[in-house]
Write a protein that binds this ligand. Sequence first.
Ligand SMILES: [Zn+2]
Length: 122
Amino acid sequence: MPLYDFECRVCGRVFEAMAAMDAAEGVCACGGTAKRLVSVGRGFRADADWLESVTDVVEKDSPKPHVRAFLAEPSRANYCRWMAGEGLRPLESGEARRAPSPRDGIAREVLARFAARLGAPA
Ligand SMILES: [Zn+2]
C-alpha cells in the first residue's frame, strides 16, 4: 500500500501512514479522524502541483538539513520544514497562489528562482 500524509481533524497533527489508494480518511494517534492530504511518498507519482513548483525552486545542491530532508523525501511534512527553513509560510487553505514578495522575508536566492520560474524580473 502507498504511504500517504494525513491531517487530523481533531488535533491537527500531520502524519504519514500506509493506506489503500481509495482511502480518504485515516485515524490519528489521538483517535480522531484524519483527512488524506495530497502527497508524494518515495517513488510515488508527483501528482501535486505544489510539489512540482517546489522542486523547481529548491536548491538541489544545498547542504541545509531542511533542503536535504525534503529532497530525500518530498512529503508534506518535509515540505513544511523546507518552507520554515527558507523563511516561507505555507498558503492557508483557500488562499490564492501569488508571486512571492520581498516583504515575505524570503531569502534573496529563493525569490530570484521564483521570479525566474514565473518569468518576471526579480
Ligand atoms: Zn489527532
